[in-house]
Ligand binder design. Structure first.
Ligand code: CAA
Length: 391
């Protein structure tokens, strides 16, 4: 019996900064961002949006289609969690009225933990004696210091996936390739809101990890690269996906003439990330959702996926797309959401960036911005207050 992704839904902020504005403010040629990094916009969460509201908003369209009592596992993957102790998934559990008979936990390993959540959920569902479902949510806000090289790769977004037996989108293959190592390429001490990164080194570690995880995947599966039809990568910025696939092609085929093939194999999964920026744990799945929404010929095809989390952990895995997958996508909603966003002026971006959640324990009610169905309404006695948005 197969196990994998039954439904997949993506959500991002209703606000973005065009990278032309950022380039102008930083005195940088916009082409560096547009063609050098492959990025055009970065999604900026307003003050009443965070990983909880984005994750719940991504999951709601899925839960609207099922009996919520069937969800017995909720795994929430994030790098930008809001509490050192309480799992982000428990806030979402409340907002979405999930059953009390549900196992809920938060997972962390930089941008990788969404993949760990997916694989752990698949393992639990395949072993379950009952016909249960798992909800995996990957949700993040990517933040770097103002004026730093990482700044143009900021962004935010969330992806929710329902994991079941006989999935209607992607049946996961049992084989996966791993690469783990203790390196300091990107990290965020608990006292910082912005990540620290050794930028050039991080891209080298990412590329070496992709090759190593690919080679392990080949050893485990016995497959050749020609058995995979399309590839999705973790995308800190979209050019990274091309570079990574070129390296994997070189390792697989021993050829240096890989640029055109690399672009063909990965770029259908770029459009959403180009317009949102990095969404850390959600990024790989944002790219997969984009591929599904933009290619109508994936039925029965095997897709390769590479997940990377700095620190570092990489995993190459694969799955086969269901013949009927197009009937179960949220493509129109994804595209409408991305088209209906508000562009921020540079100063508005900087003002939002500099706002901090009050730390004095008094009661605060936040101004209402454009969000999805849920918002972060305020804070009282150090407790975050979330609410459904009246429509
Ligand atoms: N026109 C066109 N292209 C231009 C250009 C111009 N005027 N100016 C520069 N470029 C090109 C450069 O040639 C370069 O392309 P190549 O890499 O193909 O040579 C590209 O634009 C970027 O230029 P730089 O390398 O000079 O850029 P930078 O050093 O200022 O910043 C970065 C690049 C280090 C990746 C930085 O964006 C960064 O620190 N990002 C955050 C860290 C990151 O995303 N790392 C990726 C791997 S780690 C990971 O994946 C985990 C994660 O999510 C963070």
């Amino acid at each position: 019996m197969s196990v994998g992704i039954d439904l997949i839904s993506f959500y991002t902020s209703r606000y973005y900064l065009g990278l032309e504005s950022l380039a102008q403010a930083r005195g940088v040629d916009y082409e560096k961002y547009r063609s050098g990094l492959g990025q055009e916009k970065m999604a900026i969460p307003p003050p009443d949006e965070d990983v909880i509201t984005m994750g719940a908003s991504a999951a709601k369209p899925i839960l609207d289609q099922i009996d919520v009592n069937d969800v017995e596992l909720l795994l929430f993957a994030t790098e930008s969690g809001v509490d050192q102790s309480k799992a982000a998934g428990l806030f979402v559990h409340g907002l979405l009225n999930l059953s009390n008979r549900c196992r809920v936990v938060e997972l962390k390993e930089a941008c990788y933990s969404g993949t760990a959540a997916l694989q752990l959920a698949a393992a639990q569902i395949s072993q379950s004696l009952h016909s249960t479902k798992a909800l995996v949510i990957a949700s993040d806000v990517a933040r770097y210091d103002l004026g730093s090289p990482g700044e143009p790769t900021q962004g935010c977004g969330a992806v929710a996936m329902l994991v079941t037996l006989n999935p209607r989108i992607l049946a996961l293959d049992p084989e996966a390739g791993f690469h783990a190592a203790d390196v300091m390429d990107f990290w965020r001490p608990s006292y910082r809101d912005e990540a620290l990164v050794d930028g050039k080194f991080s891209t080298k570690v990412y590329l070496d990890t992709a090759v190593s995880a690919w080679e392990h995947y080949v050893e485990r599966s016995g497959r050749t690269i020609s058995e995979l039809y399309r590839f999705c990568y973790h995308l800190p910025f979209t050019r990274m996906g091309i570079k990574a696939h070129e390296r994997v092609l070189q390792a697989a085929e021993g050829s240096n003439d890989t640029a055109k093939h690399a672009s063909e194999a990965v770029s259908e999964g770029f459009a959403y990330t180009r317009d949102t920026g990095n969404s850390y744990t959600a990024s790989l799945f944002e790219s997969f959702a984009c591929l599904l929404d933009n290619n109508s010929e994936l039925a029965g095809k095997r897709i390769g996926l590479f997940s990377y989390g700095s620190g570092c952990m990489g995993e190459f895995f694969s799955g086969v797309v269901d013949p009927e997958y197009q009937k179960h996508l949220f493509s129109a909603d994804h595209k409408a959401m991305l088209e209906d966003r508000t562009q921020l002026a540079y100063q508005e971006y900087e003002d939002i960036f500099n706002l901090k959640v009050p730390e004095d324990g008094w009661k605060y009610v936040f101004a209402q911005y454009r969000t999805g169905p849920f918002r972060f309404g305020g804070i009282e006695e150090h407790k975050r207050v979330y609410e459904a948005v009246e429509t």
